[in-house]
Design a protein around this ligand. Structure first.
Ligand code: RFL
Length: 396
């Protein structure tokens, strides 16, 4: 399309902004159902296929892909996800399964996104426009929405019925909603996590450990890589954390002197926060995934919450387009937010417990003793372990 065509407005049913995990999943479901859609992405394909993030698709997400007959194409490795909670080196392993006992699947976000690209673009001839800029949403009352954007060939316009804002926390979708429409609910935990991607063989389970030195987590990220997370101060930066210090702290916090140093591929710092926006729809624009809500990485669920949103939104769009029934779209925000608040409850509970039980400088020794009592209960009592499972199952 050349710049001489900038006055031509193309037509589609759904414009999806963002080709991350939620945008590509939604696009694949719509395309498979015969609903026309265009995905607009500011990065190039190679960059997106390299982006390292989540590691596990939960039981609910697995069922969703199975229902679309896509699980075998998109997800690899069938494993029941287990998580090993430790206090000063000792603890208990929990199995995390769906309410019907169905397992989650080990599949990194990177693998899932790569497979979605192959399915949507290469197999289904889906339309993703990479490297675009200046996305602007025109979503006026009583008018058909329109998206304008530019690329190397000039500026373009796309008219559509619905817009899916899958462009994460800093995208243009949420920012296009006028002031005063959305309420932002947020909670800052007061500390950060250093995230370090290391060359270390995965264990059969994820680990969440806490000791007097602070909290540490280890999550599988492919056959030979793990992501370690280490609680640190909000003000910490790379100069405070040499590779040697990372390994020393991992050994201390897991109370395991046998862990060997390995190559650290990258490290960055993530402040721990929970955020929910409400409502997550405005006229014909629907916010999805990180554009609508953030959970702290402690809960390892951001990608799975994004997949939940896609499940609800794709069904609602199909009902609207194929049956002229917009009820699902009208209740999209309420349906998703009920699920999100339940999950935020779990995320705050687990994050507080795992951090308070360690270094008491953040919230004091009283909170530390309460958190340790909770962890002991979790390890010792079937009731508390059951409560944990119920929390998890409620999310499935
Ligand atoms: P994504 O995947 O970030 O995709 C958003 C896409 O939108 C594009 N974009 C734009 N495109 C066009 N115009 C604009 N103006 C645009 N602005 C942005 C971006 O380039 C991108 O391609 O968001 P989505 O789809 O909402 O998915 C959310 C998940 O990616 C996120 O919740 C998870 O990665 C969170 N997360 C984890 N989730 C889990 O379930 N388990 C985990 O173990 C887990 N670990 C993590 C994580 C997130 C991390 N980051 C981001 C700090 C570990 C890390 C390190």
């Amino acid at each position: 399309m050349g710049s001489n065509q900038e006055n031509i407005t193309e037509q589609t049913t759904v414009v999806i902004i963002g080709a991350g995990v939620s945008g590509l999943t939604l696009a694949t479901f719509l395309q498979k159902s015969g609903v026309a859609c265009v995905v607009l992405e500011r990065r190039d394909r190679a960059y997106i296929e390299m982006r390292q993030r989540a590691g596990v698709v939960d039981a609910r997400g697995v069922r969703m892909f199975e229902q679309w007959d896509l699980a075998d194409k998109l997800l690899f490795g069938l494993v029941a996800q287990t998580i090993d909670y430790r206090l000063n080196g000792a603890g208990r392993i929990f199995e995390i399964v769906g309410e019907d006992g169905s397992p989650s699947r080990f599949c990194t976000q990177q693998m899932l996104v790569g497979n979605l690209m192959k399915e949507f673009i290469d197999n289904m001839a889906g339309d993703v426009r990479f490297d675009i800029a200046d996305v602007t949403i025109h979503n006026e009352e009583g008018q058909h929405p329109k998206i304008t954007y530019s690329d190397a060939n000039g500026s373009h316009a796309l008219a559509c019925d619905y817009i899916a804002g899958c462009d994460s926390d800093r995208g243009v979708s949420r920012a296009s909603i006028p002031d005063g429409v959305l309420t932002k609910y947020s909670h800052e935990f007061g500390y950060a996590w250093l995230a370090a991607l290391v060359e270390a063989p995965v264990t059969s389970h994820a680990i969440m450990g806490v000791s007097d030195y602070g909290c540490v987590a280890q999550l599988p990220r492919g056959p030979h890589r793990s992501r370690y997370y280490l609680q640190c101060a909000l003000s910490d930066g790379p100069e405070d954390w040499s590779d040697q210090r990372i390994w020393d702290e991992i050994r201390l916090r897991l109370n395991d002197k046998t862990i060997q140093n390995a190559l650290v591929h990258d490290k960055f710092f993530v402040p721990l926060r929970s955020v929910v926006y409400a409502p997550i729809q405005y006229r014909n624009l629907f916010l999805v995934g990180d554009a609508a809500h953030l959970v702290p990485p402690t809960s390892a669920k951001g990608m799975n919450l994004a997949l939940y949103d896609v499940d609800i939104l794709s069904q609602a769009i199909l009902r609207a387009v194929q049956e002229d029934d917009t009820m699902g779209l009208e209740s999209y925000s309420d349906t998703v937010l009920t699920h999100i608040w339940n999950y935020q409850d779990f995320a705050v509970w687990i994050t507080d417990m795992m951090h308070d039980a360690g270094d008491p400088t953040q919230r004091g020794t009283f909170r530390q003793m309460i958190a340790r009592a909770r962890l002991d209960n979790l390890f010792d009592s079937e009731t508390a372990a059951h409560l944990h499972s119920e929390y998890q199952r409620g999310m499935n």
